[in-house]
Design a binder for this molecule. Sequence first.
Ligand code: ZN
Length: 580
Amino acid sequence: MSKRILCLLLAMLLLCTLVPAPTVAAAGTKLVALTFDDGPGPDTNRLLDGLKARGAKATFFLVGNRASGYLAQIKREYDEGHQVACHSWDHSDLTKLGNSDVKAQFTKSYAVFDKACGSGTSYVTRAPYGNANDRVRNVVNTPFIYWSVDPQDWKDRNAKTVKDRIVKDAKNGSIILVHDIHSTSVDGALQAIDVLQAQGYEFVTVNELFRRRGVTLCNATTYYSCGESTTDLGAVQKPEITYRAVNGGIQVSISAQKGATIYYNTSGDRFTAQSQKYTGPFLVSSPCTVYAVAAFNLNGSRSAQVSQKLTQDGFRQQAKTPVVTIENGVLTMRTDTAGASLLYTLDDTDPAVLARKYSGPVTLEPGVVVRAMAGGDQFSNSAQVRLYYSVRGNVFVDVFPGAWYCDAVDQVSQLGLMNGLGDYRYAPGDSLTRGMMVTLLYRYAGQPLKNDNKRTNSFSDVPNGAYYAQAVEWAYRTGIVNGYPNGCFQPNGKITRQELCKLISCMMKYRGFPLPENSNMTAQFSDGTQVSGWARPYVNATVKAGLIKGDTGGTLRPNGTATRAEAATILLRMLAYEKR
Ligand code: ZN
């Protein structure tokens, strides 16, 4: 069985089984394909104007060696929805050429056509003089399109004659052969279109003639017409662009009829086989226009182009983060975005999911985690605010239940030993400075220097008026600190854990609760040998008393810095030690 017969059988089988109930268009839909050979030529632009004015599509079987001089016309043919096809490089009788010469007739032509249509475009074939055989068809390996109506326009250069012959012979499914290198042929063809359109004929490309009738064109196979079938799958429908505002921009979706490929861009560039194919919704983050076409083949089987402008109005404004205050257990919220709603939860769940709408001050139970945001239909949601209204009535943005230091920070805050840093910020992970630690101890001691502004220390780096100045003066007088040998105190230096041990030991002695001496606690830590000689008695004493502990890895980190969260814990242990 020849390849062609197999192909035909397959096509018929497909028709019977796979083609879904074709839409049978308005009774009498008559499709014809007008084809123009041997161009382009000086009359091609005039022909394209005439086709455009009539809403007619055609197929152009171009000769490759003429094409270079007419790239603008070929581009126009392709862009205006006509079909570009190949009629060999130099109009040779292909049956008289060897295989490699036949091949070259087409590869050379395609390279020129691609300059106008884009690489990847597929071109059907018409052999010059209609001369081909199985060998030629298999070498070229595209569908071969011949004709069923021949008005002999190359012989009789008379527009009326050409028109009359086309009108007389054309019927549903016809492929009509004309040559756009003769101006009489261009005139005759345009006049024939007017007559046949009035009789209900629609002028489509070769690709569309067969697709709409549900016929798949096969390679190396010759077609003379599409037959009298009235099956009509309809013209290629325009794609539909829809969009919706989402966080971060606009999500664009494009839909088209089943089986069609959607090509799109935001540049407005012409569509070729290399253009971006749509595979699913995409995000656009700034105003632009989205262009799209649907196509079964961009070369002559495509929809009209559609576009959708996405203006700034389409992008939802993000609501500003609300200002949330908790004072004396009363929650108040406001936003600077007019029209935005305030949403909140009291159980640490996401307010974007299930929230209460804020309408006025809310009295809180202690121990709740508040989450709040601004949003609403016309806005994208603001960033969220998360606050802990503690069991002791403190408010934190960075201390939450579940943290190991949460209760200690809550307690020292309530006792007034440690203050936050403003805006409900406690900064539990921040390193503790020497000035801060001495201030904590001073508060612990009850701020005994209240009305005494005399200064007995001579630390050059402790300015009068610094928040820690009075605390340092007190610590100096009591002997808890004595500074560095160079006369500095380094109030902004980060306190090391072994320095902390010395301060705590001296403090407890001053308070009348001296820590146990003469132990060797450092030996149990893997990094115990890193404790400096001067610090060893203090480290031993504070560890023995349980005021300082190693971390879970069995290390003491004597030269590591202490955090504000650790300081809170140690202050509570000191209080407990005094109450033993
Ligand atoms: Zn020809």
